[in-house]
Design a protein. Structure first.
Length: 104
């Protein structure tokens, strides 16, 4: 199983978990309900996210709070920076196209 951030982010369930954790720390059970997976399935994804360094876990009695670690995502963002020009031009073209549609 991939533990590098790029490989980890390839899975849609893991991206959904990260989206939820972006809002605030959450309990494992809350993530299970929100993602719609079984508890063992969610635990597996959370383990992979922890091993990749994308989340941390904070035990509190019998509960486990999961939190997003932004540093690995910042590394991915930095890697993507030189490639942004490829889609920036397309977004500009789309904006121009939409502006002409408003004029009609």
């Amino acid at each position: 199983m991939a533990t590098e951030p790029f490989g980890v982010l390839a899975d849609p369930a893991r991206r959904r978990i990260l989206d939820l954790l972006r809002e605030r720390p959450r309990l494992a059970g809350e993530l299970t309900a929100a993602v719609g997976l079984s508890q063992p399935g969610t635990s597996k994804h959370l383990r992979v996210l922890r091993e990749a360094g994308l989340v941390t876990v904070r035990p509190e009695a019998q509960r486990r709070w999961y939190e997003l670690r932004p540093e690995p995502l910042a590394e991915i963002d930095a890697w993507l920076t030189p490639y942004r020009w490829m889609w920036a031009d397309r977004f500009d073209a789309l904006e121009r196209h939409l502006d002409t549609m408003d004029d009609e």
